[in-house]
Ligand binder design. Structure first.
Ligand code: SF4
Ligand code: SF4
Length: 166
């Protein structure tokens, strides 16, 4: 009984002591700062005419090492804005489950259609929740800040003729 009371006393003392100590951990909001080049998810963009930028060339799905991009090409039709015949994507999905965030899909895209965004997707309850549909990808471009690069920027950076500043 004596040991029990002593233990209880020590436990109460420690609880009170810890309760009045200053906080040493940071709240989640304050550690949400990311590096400038942080990238977490994807978006599909529209071009300067407001048309879907994706021309369904399949380069992103062909280069993806994880095979998580599926593009369904629609019929080639003239752009209402320019009159030129071009490809259109009838459907586009990117499955985040096996994506390794290598950014290769962004780098090869000739029209800067697929880009990355700085905000992570919310955790899901099923595998399907991690599949970014075409609607979701277009919504991401409007609702989330885009990451620093697109295909044009990445390709320009890797141009061997580019002047490298010392
Ligand atoms: S970032 Fe890499 S792994 Fe992810 S979809 Fe693009 S090419 Fe595939
Ligand atoms: S997102 Fe870019 S690389 Fe992928 S199919 Fe569309 S135009 Fe081609």
């Amino acid at each position: 009984m004596k040991h029990y009371l002593r233990g209880l006393h020590l436990a109460l003392y420690e609880t009170l002591r810890q309760g009045f100590k200053p906080r040493i951990t940071q709240g989640m909001r304050s550690v949400e700062q990311h590096e400038e080049r942080y990238r977490a998810s994807f978006a599909l963009t529209h071009n300067e005419h407001g048309e879907q930028a994706c021309i369904a060339c399949m380069q992103c799905s062909n280069v993806c090492p994880s095979h998580v991009i599926e593009v369904t090409a629609g019929p080639k039709e003239a752009s209402p804005a320019t009159g030129k015949k071009r490809g259109w994507a009838a459907d586009y999905t990117l499955n985040l489950q096996a994506c390794i965030l290598c950014e290769m899909c962004v780098q090869v895209c000739p029209t800067d259609a697929i880009v990355m965004v700085k905000v992570q997707e919310k955790p899901g309850f099923s595998r399907e929740d991690l599949v970014l549909t075409m609607d979701k990808l277009y919504a991401n471009a409007k609702a989330r800040p885009l990451a620093w690069a697109n295909g044009s920027i990445l390709r320009e950076m890797q141009d061997p003729k580019r002047e490298v500043k010392p």
